[in-house]
Write a protein that binds this ligand. Structure first.
Ligand code: WTA
Length: 654
């Protein structure tokens, strides 16, 4: 077992056994969307369960003839022969059903400006954007890079791409020009959609300069850049390449007929950090992805589209924003809130003010946000009327029982069920989650597989572990929203997820089954870190550090952090003259910001004389993690030079 898995296992032994149970109220259970029968149907029907969901949740232009083709495993095909258009399902069909006046998006900008967009209006905007993109030469199968803040145009752009069969690749606005360029190059994007900027903490914040930076060097594939005017700040302009959104989209025709695409037509690429320096372009396709995102959104959140106001706080730059902002809520005809800014602008009660104002009934956020609110104090949310909330969701990292209880009591009024949802960019949709009207929830555990999903925890040899034991989280059967591969790298797809265990998908997470068989997630067992619910790779940050001329060697670890879950801590060995540079730490932090993005800047950079390595030259991150977390370093007997840890300790005392 790897160092970190071993340690996680040990840590788990010390976890308190959780005795608290929160069953749904009788009333909630009786009226719940997901009833116990859903589990029975799923287990008795096998993959046909998903065929029923696909036909029930989506409107197919051409019905499929085969539910699952797994003959070329691990490359799956779901709903073979079916034809479907994602945007038609998210928009046109609701308008055709007479729901055009229903609000699709309540948008609130950070400065307080608002927009209310109905399904009819959103449909028209997407049709115009589709025409505009087509007029710029974007055709089915072409890739479009999206580098936008949380504004409605982000959703409009993604749906317009889906409508015309172009493949969107959204790059989180917190990534740098360099990171954006490498993603544009990997996907060979033809068009970039961006904005002048956004607002952050009460001030305009720029985005377009990163696009200009990314495209500043020759050799890219981009022919046009469409720019949304959001904050009105001045921007550089490249004639012949840059176009204002309001020029090309507003004047486009509002008529556009959606062509149905093959169920397996690529819908999007989303880059995520893996264990190597190069981010992976995770590829999702249409029919299966839409089915499982819509299914989970409806059942996990107990959705009532006529009355609920759903708020997923994730940015569209992450998979949560793709699945539970852009796609599932609209496929399900729900009304949602979209907020552009930070939670503490202009005051620390902004989120709760929004919940009160829009009567948010389902709130979906990350533990790191919850822990931040805990730190700010319960009196802040308590000033607002949060009585509209009836379901709470958590995603992105393990939620500690203390934060879970606070979320329940302070935000959920001790009555709203909490659904802790485990999933990944790769899985596309929820995989482990309680059903709010069925499961008696347990603080800190994601508990049970979603109906129709086959989850297990296995040991080193791939044997299922008994209740009360820990190991590796795996997925035993293909699932509709599974990634279809890594863009341009089928071998890496097999190697990363399917080579660790035979015929099982290896998620990269450690997990444990408790006495009841409920699953507890224990964090990553590989070199992936989880900072505020954002996935970052230690290797990627190490590569960024050693690309600086002052750095000879670097090792990065994720150290436990009370608020962000983990924090980036870097150990660096400097080259010659850099050792006398007092500002070297600031320089290196900014360098990482430039190479990857501000989110990757290390919390601490420790300058050390040596790094602990095994005789085969592997850095023992476990020992560095001990140092980063302020512990006595553990067993260092396998080090090539076992005085290294003393040298490090001595250098840090200085
Ligand atoms: C972690 C985010 C514990 C996990 C949707 C996974 C979680 C990685 C949970 C995927 C959860 C996500 N409990 N851990 N409820 N949800 N994770 O791709 O380590 O950004 O492998 O997808 O986040 O991160 P990603």
């Amino acid at each position: 077992m790897s160092d970190s898995a071993q340690k996680q296992g040990d840590a788990f032994e010390n976890l308190l056994h959780e005795e608290r149970r929160f069953p749904p109220t009788d009333e909630f259970a009786a009226n719940a969307v997901a009833q116990p029968s859903l589990y029975e149907e799923a287990s008795s029907q096998g993959s046909e369960f998903w065929a029923a969901q696909a036909r029930n949740l989506l409107t197919w232009d051409t019905d499929f003839t085969q539910t699952l083709d797994w003959s070329d495993a691990p490359f799956a095909k779901w709903f073979v022969g079916g034809k479907v258009n994602a945007a038609y399902n998210a928009l046109d069909r609701h308008v055709a059903a007479g729901l055009g006046d229903r609000v699709a998006i309540h948008f609130e900008g950070e400065p307080g400006d608002t927009r209310t967009i109905t399904y009819a209006e959103l449909t028209e905007e997407v049709k115009k954007a589709s025409n505009a993109f087509e007029s710029l030469g974007v055709a089915k199968g072409d890739r479009v890079a999206v580098y936008l803040p949380m504004i409605p145009e982000a959703v409009i752009t993604m749906l317009a791409c889906a409508r015309i069969g172009a493949v969107h690749s959204v790059v989180f606005g917190g990534f740098s020009a360099e990171a954006l360029r490498s993603r544009i190059d990997d996907a060979e994007a033809k068009l970039v959609v961006t904005s002048d900027g956004t607002y952050r903490r009460g001030k305009p914040s720029a985005l377009k300069p990163a696009v200009d930076g990314a495209l500043g060097r020759e050799g890219h594939t981009v022919s046009s850049v469409v720019v949304v005017k959001r904050n009105g700040e001045p921007v550089e302009w490249t004639e012949g390449r840059d176009l204002w959104w309001h020029d090309v989209v507003d004047s486009a025709s509002p008529e556009h007929t959606a062509e149905a695409h093959d169920s397996e037509h690529p819908l999007f690429i989303l880059y995520t950090s893996g264990t190597t320096g190069k981010p992976k372009g995770i590829l999702h396709t249409t029919g299966g992805y839409l089915t499982q995102t819509a299914f989970t959104h409806k059942n996990t959140f107990d959705l009532r589209p006529e009355t609920d106001v759903f708020w997923c706080t994730a940015d569209i730059g992450w998979v949560t924003g793709h699945s539970y902002v852009t796609y599932a809520p609209l496929i399900n005809g729900a009304t949602q809130l979209m907020y552009e800014g930070t939670p503490d602008t202009p005051h620390q009660g902004r989120w709760w003010e929004l919940v009160e104002k829009y009567k948010v009934s389902i709130l979906y956020t990350a533990p790191t946000a919850i822990r931040t609110f805990m730190k700010w104090g319960r009196d802040i949310p308590q000033k607002f009327d949060l009585s509209s909330i009836r379901v709470l969701g958590s995603v992105g990292e393990p939620i500690n029982p203390e934060a879970w209880m606070w979320y329940r009591e302070v935000i959920g009024g001790s009555k709203a069920p909490i659904v802790d949802t485990w999933w990944q960019t790769e899985t596309g949709a929820h995989m482990i989650a309680p059903m709010p009207g069925v499961t008696a929830t347990k603080p800190g555990s994601a508990q049970v597989a979603v109906p129709g999903i086959s989850i297990d925890v296995v040991d080193e040899l791939g044997e299922s572990v008994p209740n009360g034991s820990g190991g590796y989280l795996v997925i035993r059967e293909p699932w509709p929203a599974m990634l279809r591969g890594i863009w341009g790298d089928p071998e890496r797809f097999k190697e990363t997820y399917w080579s660790r265990f035979d015929n099982m998908y290896f998620a990269g997470d450690g997990a444990k089954k408790d006495e009841d068989g409920d699953i507890w997630l224990l964090g990553r067992v590989d070199d992936v870190m989880n900072i505020s619910g954002h996935r970052l790779s230690t290797t990627e940050i190490e590569s960024a550090l050693v690309s600086h001329p002052s750095v000879a060697e670097a090792a990065v670890v994720g150290a436990a952090d009370e608020t962000t879950g983990e924090a980036v801590v870097a150990f660096v060995i400097l080259r010659g003259s850099a050792k006398d540079d007092d500002d070297i730490v600031t320089t290196l932090r900014n360098h990482v910001g430039k190479e990857i993005g501000p989110i990757a800047k290390p919390r601490n950079i420790l300058v050390v004389p040596e790094l602990p390595k095994t005789r085969s030259g592997k850095i023992m991150r476990r020992l560095l993690k001990d140092v980063a977390e302020g512990r006595e370093a553990g067993d260092s007997s396998t080090l090539a030079d076992n005085t290294v840890m003393q040298q490090i300790a001595a250098s840090l005392r200085k």
